[in-house]
Design a binder for this molecule. Structure first.
Ligand code: DAH
Length: 346
């Protein structure tokens, strides 16, 4: 019987020395594994008388159980100690100032797209607009139908859509469905903007990404005119570029507005004389806009005989590139910290 107590004491000593889970596994194999010490004793049982075999057999079984239970407890303890150790090692002081972080440690910065999006949002908030959000995964109704783009309408081909297998859901191709959701949730008069990611199945190059960013805008009330629209859009661009910006409207076709326009602004680089940035035209395309189509108002349960409004959709990627002089959209997506860390201000 003493033999068992000695073996247990030896086991306890070995276990005490174990520092890692691998050490523990070794101790386990040495004592209660197939070729372990307890099994050695059990093998010796076959040479004994029946009585002795019975008591010693029971004793070695209970020793084995004790050892295994002890090992389990030890492992749990070890894990807890390791977690505690990690917790006391890996921590950051979130109150540390930039000044401290700048001494060698890197601090987080805002992505230029976020900076421009926030700037645009702030400008619209200052003009009394709300900010709305919408889902990236849209349905056919919100992305197309309620925007006066019925099935088989050729305008569906204007945008290469990522469809889900059910053919009813898609990755929104523009932020315009936020208009539909805005009308569902609000009674006129209202004005809001809705920024976010949009997705199109396009070939990628220096100016095309399959995932890019837009901000949608909509204002609905009584007697809203194109002059209101020009006012808000001109104010936006002048605030973004921090100078008085000249704009012009050209006719443009979008099924959800009538009349529809493309709004250009005078090239900031050449002041309208023509250069490589504006492709010698003197003007840069900024956005699509127009007076909300009566059918779209009806889809939004707004009576077009009482209310009207304007809407616009503005690409944020190109605006960000213009604002910061970035020459390739792909920089905006590739997550290179050397690029992102250049933009800290907000
Ligand atoms: N949704 C259009 C696009 O992605 C942009 C647009 C044009 C939005 C005219 C509008 C609008 O709200 O009135 O190409």
């Amino acid at each position: 019987m003493n033999q068992f107590e000695e073996l247990y004491a030896e086991f306890s000593m070995m276990l005490e020395k174990a520092a890692t889970a691998a050490d523990v596994a070794q101790v386990k194999a040495d004592f209660v594994g197939k070729k372990g010490r307890v099994n050695d004793i059990m093998k010796g049982l076959k040479d004994m008388g029946p009585e002795e075999r019975k008591t010693l057999g029971a004793a070695s079984n209970s020793l084995k159980e004790r050892i295994i239970a002890e090992i389990d407890r030890f492992l749990e303890d070890l894990e807890r100690r390791q977690i505690d150790e990690r917790l006391s090692r890996d921590w950051i002081d979130v109150t540390l100032s930039d000044a401290v972080l700048d001494k060698g440690l890197s601090s987080a910065g805002y992505h230029p797209l976020s900076l421009v999006q926030r700037e645009v949002e702030d400008i619209f908030i200052s003009m009394g607009f709300d900010i709305l959000d919408g889902p990236h995964i849209e349905d056919d109704y919100h992305n197309f139908e309620a925007l006066n783009i019925p099935a088989n309408h050729p305008a569906r081909d204007m945008q290469d859509t990522f469809w889900f297998a059910d053919l009813h859901h898609l990755l929104r191709t523009h932020t315009s469905p936020i208009q539909v959701r805005g009308m569902e949730a609000h009674k006129p008069p209202f004005k809001f903007v809705g920024p976010g990611k949009v997705f199109r199945n396009e070939a990628l190059d220096a100016s095309h990404e399959a995932c890019f960013h837009q901000i949608e805008g909509m204002m609905v009330g009584e007697d809203i005119s194109v002059a209101h629209m020009i006012h808000f859009l001109k104010t936006l661009l002048s605030n973004i570029f921090k100078r008085e910006i000249k704009v012009r409207l050209r006719p443009g076709y979008f099924p959800f507005v009538e009349p529809g326009f493309e709004l250009d602004y005078e090239c900031l680089l050449c002041g309208g004389k023509g250069c490589s940035v504006c492709k010698q035209v003197g003007w840069v395309e900024a956005l699509g806009c127009g007076m909300v189509h009566p059918r779209v108002l009806e889809y939004g349960r707004i009576d077009p005989l009482v209310h009207n409004g304007f809407a616009f959709g503005l690409g944020l990627d190109r605006l960000t590139m213009m604002r910061y002089g970035i020459d390739d959209v792909r920089h905006l997506q590739d997550g290179d910290l050397r690029f992102v860390s250049q933009f800290k201000a907000y």
